[in-house]
Design a protein around this ligand. Structure first.
Ligand code: MSP
Length: 515
C-alpha cells in the first residue's frame, strides 16, 4: 500500500495557449490534492506539458522557429497561468526533459528486448498535408479522399508496432474485476461500459514509431535511430517517468512504489484509446500487476452554448483574461461549482458573475464581515465558548462534504459547505443579535450567537480551502485562528474561551455586472 496519494492531470499540448478546459482540469485535480492533504495524507501532485509531436513540429515550422523555442514559449504561458490559479503541484512534467527522455528510452528498450514490438511495412494512402495514413473511413461518399487531406499519395513505410491486441482479454478481465471489487478502473462508472465496448472491438496493434523523414521532434528509438517514438507513447509515460520510475531490470523502485498507483485526471476525449487502452497495456507489458493499475477519473467538457470550444471557431475562453478581470477565487469557484464531475457544462460569464456575487460576495463575504463586526462592536472581538444549536447541523454538513470530496464530487462538496453559510445567515436573521445586544438579560444568548457564527466560519474556512485557498487563509487570519487547516480540526468547538477575533476586512468585492 503506497503511503502517498498520487494524482496527475493530462499534460497539455504546447501547440497553443491554455483555455478554460485546461484550467478546469488542473483546478479540479488541485482541489482533490488539497483535500487529501487536509485529510493528513502525503500527496504527490504531478502536472505538466506535452511538448513533442507532429502538431508541435508543424506549428513551429509555420512560425519559422525551432520547435524547442516554440514549446518553451507556449510552456511559459501554462506555467504563468498555473501560478495565478494557485495550483499546488509537487512536480512538473515537461516532456523535453532529459530525465523523461531517458526513462522513455529505457521503457522502449525493455519492451523491444522482451519481444513486445515488431517491425512491419505498411503500405497505403498517405495524406502529405495531415501527415497520416488514411483508411477507408476517411473516404467521402463519392469514394474519394476529400480536399481537407490535400495531396494523397500511395506510400510504403516501415514502422515498429506494439502488440496491443495480445492483451485484449487481460484488459477485459481487469475492467470487470475492478468493477466487481467496487473499485472501478474508470470513474464515474458510467464510462466503464464505454471503455469495455471499445476494448471488445480491439483488433489491431499500435504503431509506436515515426520515421525521422517525417518527424524529428520526438524521442529517438534507442534500438533504431532512424525513428522517433509516437507522441502518445512519450506523453503517457510522464506519469511514471516523473515519479521515479526506471524500466531497467533490477532498478531501485522504492520511491516510485511509495507513490504509485496514481489517480489520473483526464478529459473524456482521451479515455479511448490512449488512457483506457494504450496506457493500461503499456503498464502491463512493463510488468505492472493488476493491483498496480491506476484509476482514471474522467471529467466532462466545458462547452460554449452547447458547442465545442475551439481555436478555429474563435470561441475559446482565455483563463488569463478571466483571472485578470475577476480574480483567481472567482474563476476557481466557478469552475469547481458549476459542473458535475464527469458531465459536460456550458461556460457562461453571466453565471460566473452571478454565482460569485450571490455566493461569495453576498453570502460568505457578508457572513464573515457581519460576524466580525458585531463581535467587535458588542464584545471587543472576544468570544465566550458556548453551547451551540447549530453544532450538529455543521458536523452533518462537514461529513457530507468530506464524502463528496472523497468521491471527487467537488460540486456537491461545495454545496454542502455553502449550506452551512446559508444556515448561518438565516440564524443571524432569526436571532437578531442587534436586538439581543440591547437587552442585558439576553447577554448569554448574544455570546452563543457570536460563538456559533465564528466557529462555523472557522470550519467553513477549512472546507473551502481546497476550493479557494487564498481566501480561506484570509478567513482564518481574520478569525485570528492560527492552527493549520486540517479535516481533524473541523471538530466543533475548537475556538477556546476568551478567543480574540481579528479585524474584519472585506474579502469578496462585488463584481460590477454587465447590465
Ligand atoms: N497532450 C494530450 C494529453 C496527454 S496526457 C498523457 C492532450 N492535450 S490537450 O491539451 O489537448 O488536452 C489536455 C486536457 O484538457 C485533456 O484532458 C482534455 O480532455 C482537457 N480539455 C481540453 N478541452 C477541454 C474542454 N473544453 N473542457 C474540459 N476539458 C478539456 O489531450
Amino acid at each position: 500500500m503506497p503511503n502517498t496519494f498520487f494524482i496527475t492531470t493530462a499534460i497539455d499540448y504546447t501547440n497553443g495557449a491554455p483555455h478554460i478546459g485546461h484550467a478546469y482540469e488542473k483546478v479540479l485535480a488541485d482541489a482533490i490534492a488539497r483535500h487529501q492533504r487536509l485529510a493528513g495524507r502525503d500527496v504527490f501532485f504531478l502536472t505538466g506539458v506535452d511538448q513533442h509531436g507532429q502538431k508541435v513540429q508543424q506549428s513551429a515550422q509555420k512560425r519559422g522557429v525551432d520547435p524547442a523555442e516554440f514549446v518553451a514559449e507556449i510552456t511559459s504561458l501554462f506555467v504563468e497561468l498555473w501560478k495565478k490559479l494557485d495550483l499546488s503541484h509537487d512536480a512538473w512534467a515537461a516532456t523535453v526533459e532529459n530525465l523523461h527522455k531517458s526513462c522513455v528510452q529505457g521503457m522502449l528498450q525493455r519492451l523491444w528486448d522482451e519481444g513486445q514490438f515488431y517491425k512491419a511495412t505498411q503500405s497505403g494512402y498517405y495524406s502529405v498535408r495531415q501527415e497520416q495514413f488514411l483508411t477507408e473511413k476517411e473516404r467521402g461518399p463519392d469514394g474519394e479522399f476529400g480536399p481537407e487531406w490535400g495531396e494523397v499519395v500511395e506510400i510504403e513505410e516501415e514502422n515498429y508496432y506494439f502488440k496491443l491486441a495480445e492483451h485484449r482479454d487481460w484488459l477485459l478481465h481487469l475492467i470487470d474485476s475492478r468493477t466487481q471489487a467496487g473499485n472501478p478502473l474508470v470513474v464515474p462508472d458510467f464510462r466503464v461500459a464505454e471503455l469495455r465496448n471499445a476494448v471488445e472491438k480491439l483488433t489491431g496493434d499500435l504503431c509506436i514509431s515515426r520515421p525521422k523523414s517525417r518527424l524529428t521532434w520526438g524521442i529517438e528509438l534507442p534500438f533504431d535511430p532512424a525513428f522517433v517514438t509516437y507522441v502518445w507513447f512519450d506523453a503517457l509515460s510522464n506519469y511514471i517517468s516523473f515519479a521515479g520510475y526506471d524500466a531497467q531490470p533490477g532498478a531501485d523502485l522504492s520511491l516510485f512504489k511509495s507513490r504509485w498507483p496514481a489517480l489520473h485526471v483526464i478529459g473524456k476525449d482521451i479515455l479511448i484509446p490512449p488512457h483506457g487502452i494504450y496506457w493500461m497495456i503499456m503498464l502491463r507489458a512493463l510488468g505492472f500487476t493488476n493491483a498496480e493499475m491506476p484509476t482514471l477519473l474522467v471529467h466532462g467538457w466545458w462547452n460554449i452554448s452547447g458547442a465545442k470550444m475551439s481555436k478555429s471557431l474563435g470561441n475559446s475562453i482565455d483563463p488569463e483574461v478571466l483571472v485578470a478581470r475577476y480574480g483567481q477565487a472567482a474563476v476557481r469557484y466557478y469552475l469547481l461549482s458549476d459542473i458535475s464531475t464527469g458531465r459536460d457544462a456550458d461556460f457562461s460569464i453571466e453565471r460566473l458573475e452571478q454565482r460569485y456575487n450571490a455566493e461569495l460576495a453576498n453570502s460568505l463575504g457578508n457572513l464573515l464581515n457581519r460576524t466580525l463586526s458585531m463581535a467587535k462592536r458588542y464584545r471587543s472581538g472576544i468570544l465566550r465558548r458556548m453551547e451551540s444549536p447549530l453544532a450538529a447541523f455543521v458536523q452533518e454538513k462537514t461529513t457530507a462534504y468530506d464524502a463528496a470530496m472523497k468521491s471527487y464530487q467537488v460540486q456537491a462538496a461545495i454545496e454542502a459547505a455553502m449550506e452551512i453559510v446559508t444556515r448561518c445567515n438565516a440564524y443571524v436573521e432569526e436571532t437578531a443579535p442587534w436586538k439581543l445586544a440591547k437587552d442585558p438579560a439576553q447577554s448569554d444568548k448574544l455570546d452563543e450567537v457570536l460563538y456559533t457564527l465564528s466557529e462555523s466560519l472557522r470550519i467553513i474556512s477549512i472546507l473551502m480551502s481546497p476550493i479557494i485557498p487564498r481566501e480561506a487563509d484570509a478567513i482564518r487570519a481574520q478569525l485570528n485562528w492560527q492552527v493549520e487547516a486540517s479535516l481533524a480540526a473541523t471538530q466543533w468547538g475548537a475556538l477556546p474561551e476568551g478567543h480574540q477575533l481579528g479585524e474584519p476586512v472585506p474579502l469578496f468585492p462585488r463584481i460590477e455586472t454587465q447590465e
